[in-house]
Design a protein around this ligand. Structure first.
Ligand code: VTB
Length: 332
């Protein structure tokens, strides 16, 4: 049990915490999976939040939520700035998205996950909940092969050259939103393909790291900033490149961002600006997807699949859980 573990303050993120993180995302995933396909996004999200917070508070860490459910006044649990853990361990930043892809879960469609990151204190970008321009590619390319400020045409041609393929052999992943109409048209004009997803761009960014399996070479477009930080954390572990810029198009957003420490509203962030320290990221599938299987409920066993990434070593583990002590899940 987690209560038995002692981690000295000041130590780097202990590898023993890797499995602890898995327990947290597993519980959040199981809790929300019970509400798959019920058409109730809020209830599914709340179940994940409750379970994640309860498990997080058992961990031997002195954690601060930097990416959470919202500002303190609007989110009673896992709000930005909330202290989590049993306060007996290292000081860490915590980024959570207890149910990434709430709509996917509510509709029982592929791709919803419970995801969180834990990093050395002060090393994750405290991003406000605004939109963010993002671009990401996987490992194996020289630095700067693509750039947030270059056109989609330039980026795709540069990437094709670096990969040694024709541009029409590339596929870009983009969130299916009206705001991306021009972007999608520009990508298609090059001859490259566009895979559209309805939600879930944390996984979308991660897909770029294994183009031979996922078929995705590049992520492009505008998604939510908190998800950008989680994706950057995972990419830090696997390798790849990512750049991002917050969209702070109103005075209210700029001042909210400023309060969170964003002094340059038009700053171009690279992957290490988003997540620069030692980081662990865990994601458990809620519904089945190309990233992980979802939660499966048997008569005597609940199964989960989690992928956990650790930046210190670049190790990626897939943890398939068969849970037989079902009573513990009845709390969820
Ligand atoms: C994306 C997607 C998320 O929000 O970040 C998206 O990956 C961006 O917001 O799963 P809009 O839905 O407003 O476009 C989610 O869909 C939900 O957080």
């Amino acid at each position: 049990m987690s209560q038995g573990i002692t981690v000295q303050p000041g130590q780097i993120i202990e590898r023993i915490l890797t499995l602890e993180l898995v327990r947290v995302t597993e519980r959040a995933a199981v809790a929300s999976a019970r509400l798959r396909g019920r058409g109730n996004e809020k209830a599914a999200d709340q179940a994940a939040v409750d379970a994640m917070r309860r498990e997080l508070n058992k961990l031997p860490i002195d954690g601060t939520v930097v990416i959470g459910e919202g500002e303190r006044d609007e989110a009673p649990m896992l709000f930005i700035g909330e202290r989590v853990g049993n306060k007996q361990g290292p000081k860490v930043d915590i980024a959570v998205d207890p149910l990434e892809g709430t709509t996917l879960c509510a509709k029982d469609m592929p791709g919803s996950i419970a995801v969180m990151a834990m990093a050395e204190a002060g090393t994750l970008l405290a991003a406000p909940d605004v939109y963010m321009h993002k671009i990401a590619v996987g490992p194996g390319y020289s630095a700067g092969v693509v750039d947030l400020d270059a056109s989609p045409e330039e980026n795709l041609h540069s990437l094709a050259k670096a990969k040694g393929v024709k541009v029409n052999e590339l596929t870009a992943l983009v969130l299916d939103r009206p705001r991306h109409a021009d972007l999608i048209a520009a990508i298609r004009k090059t001859g490259a393909g566009v895979r559209l997803i309805s939600d879930g761009d944390v996984a979308g960014v991660i897909f770029t790291t294994k183009p031979e399996e996922t078929g995705i070479d590049i992520y492009l477009g505008i998604g939510a900033a908190p998800e950008g930080v989680l994706a950057a954390g995972a990419l830090r572990c696997i390798g790849g490149q990512m750049q991002a810029r917050l969209i702070l198009d109103t005075e209210e957003k700029r001042s909210r961002a400023l309060q969170m420490g964003v002094t340059d509203p038009s700053k171009k962030y690279d992957m290490t600006d988003l997540a620069r320290g030692d980081v662990i990221v865990a994601a458990t599938g809620v519904t089945d997807s190309a990233l992980t299987r979802g939660v499966h409920f048997g008569k005597e066993v609940i199964t989960t699949e989690t992928v956990v990434y650790r930046s210190a070593t670049g190790t990626v583990r897939r943890i398939y859980g068969e849970h037989r002590e079902l009573a513990k899940f009845h709390l969820d």
